[in-house]
Structures are given as C-alpha cells and as structure tokens.
Ligand binder design. Structure first.
Ligand SMILES: Nc1ncnc2c1ncn2[C@@H]1O[C@H](COP(=O)(O)OP(=O)(O)OP(=O)(O)O)[C@@H](O)[C@H]1O
Length: 249
C-alpha cells in the first residue's frame, strides 16, 4: 500500500483514494422481477471504479498535468483535489487556498447579476468582502465582461461564464490552482490570456494541476505528467515522457 506523508513542501497529498460510481444502464422489467423473486440477492445496480486506490504527492510549486483517454478518471480526480467530491475510501489533503475552474458555472447563481456573482463566488473561494471590493475592478477588467456585469448570468454565454469565473478564481491569490478542460469554451484571445495568467501563477511558485487533452499546451506549462487509465495511475514522471507514453511512443 502506497503511503504519502504530508510534509512542509507538500501541496496536495492524495492517499489511496477510491471512488465507485453506479454504471447507469436501464434494466428490463424481467431482470428486476428475477432479482425480486430471488429475494433481492446480489446487486441490481452495477458499480465500477472511476478511481482505484490512487495515491499522488504533489509538492508546492509543481506544475502537473493529469492525462489520459476519455473516461480515465482525470476530472474525477481533480474534483477530489478541489474538495467538491469525497472519496469512498482514502484521503485528500491540500495546503493553502485552492481555487480554479472545475465546471463552468459551478458556484454561480443563475438569478443573480455578474456583479453579485463575483461577490458570491469570491466568498465561496474564501475572499473577504473587502478583498473583493479592492479587486473588483481588476476582476472586471480581466474578464472583459464590460457592461454585461449587471446582467443576470442566466443570460451569459458559456464563454462569458468562463471569463468571469476564471477572473474571480485567479484574483483569489490561490496557493493551488486547478484547471479542467473548460478553457476550451473561451475564444482564442481569451484562452491565450488565461494561459499567460496560468504561466504567471506557476512562475510565482503556485502549485498547478491541469486536466487537458491539448498535449502541446500542457507540455508548455507543466513539468510533470500523471497518466490515468481506467482509474489507475499508469505513469507519473516528466511531462514529455508522459505525453510520449500516451501517444504510444
Ligand atoms: N457523477 C457521476 N456519476 C456516475 N458516473 C460518473 C460520474 N462522474 C464521472 N463518472 C464516470 O466516471 C468515469 C471517469 O469520468 P471522468 O469525467 O473523471 O473522466 P475523464 O478522464 O475526465 O474523461 P474526459 O477526458 O472524457 O473528460 C467515466 O466513466 C464517467 O462516465
């Protein structure tokens, strides 16, 4: 059994986590009747491991890419690191403020304006009202939302959500920054701006965990690659080697 110790240089310690989900597929009435007739023996629902005994130790200031084919468990692992999902077994410890973009619109209230959502989202991410007041103009400027800041966010496009959510997240001054594939909904100039900001965070010694299928981009911003396959870590090492393994080289 792998063990990770949470020492002073550790930013994220994932220890032996497992997560099972129900394999959702429809059952025929016949299958349900047979199951009932047999006295409800066995499981009518099938489960599978989205993460199977995963352990990772990420040091402060490391830039890490979670790689793998569709459904390999990358987003599930990132959600465990962010704390929005809890493991069935094992534990996750993080040091300092964790922020980032896991799902577009998460932490946003549909009926509130962009402005109110900046305060709501900022508070969820651990900023005080004063901190948000001080940074509000900078948040608005980075997002380029302009006059739409007072529009209810239910009328925002997915790119506008992303702009505001990313802008709030980077302004929380996080120790650990997490980014899922969602940058993809931004237009090219905004994506470039986000990547520049992500690089700045890395250069400032922040810890970065990125989920992406864009192997060229992750090769530029990350130094370590963790490759997942069916919920298992199958490779953990330098990014260029990880990309090579994934590409079958
Ligand atoms: N809430 C959920 N309930 C049931 N199954 C889920 C849930 N979330 C994820 N899964 C399943 O867990 C597996 C891993 O999903 P995950 O989103 O972590 O993969 P991924 O590596 O990020 O994939 P992709 O590259 O396609 O985004 C998939 O089979 C997915 O269908």
């Amino acid at each position: 059994m792998a063990t990770t110790t949470f020492n002073t240089t550790t930013a994220i310690a994932v220890e032996n986590i497992s997560k099972q989900f129900v394999l959702r597929h429809t059952r025929s009435i016949k299958e349900a009747v047979v199951w009932l007739a047999k006295g409800r023996k066995g499981d009518l629902v099938e489960k599978f491991f989205a993460l199977d005994n995963v352990s990772i130790d990420i040091k402060q200031g490391e830039t890490v890419a979670l790689l793998g084919l569709n459904g390999s468990g990358k987003s599930t692992l990132l959600k465990h690191i962010s704390g929005v999902m809890l493991p069935d077994s094992g534990s996750v410890h993080t040091r300092g403020r964790v922020a980032g973009l896991i799902e577009v619109g998460a932490g946003f209230h549909q009926d509130l304006s962009g402005r109110d959502n900046v305060y709501l989202n900022g508070a969820i991410l651990g900023m005080t009202e004063e901190e948000i007041n001080d940074r509000f103009n900078s948040i608005l400027e980075f997002s380029e939302i302009g006059q739409f800041i007072d529009t209810e966010v239910k009328f925002y496009s997915s790119g506008m959500y992303l702009r505001l959510a990313f802008s709030v997240a980077v302004h929380t001054d996080p120790e650990v920054f997490l980014v899922d594939e969602i940058l993809a909904v931004g237009d090219e100039p905004f994506q470039k701006k986000c990547l520049k900001k992500i690089k700045e965070l890395a250069e400032a010694g922040k810890t970065l965990v990125v989920v992406s299928h864009d192997l060229d981009v992750v090769s530029k911003i990350c130094s370590r690659g963790i490759l997942l396959d069916h919920g298992h870590v199958v490779f953990d090492g330098p990014i260029h080697e990880a990309v090579g393994v994934l590409r079958g080289k």
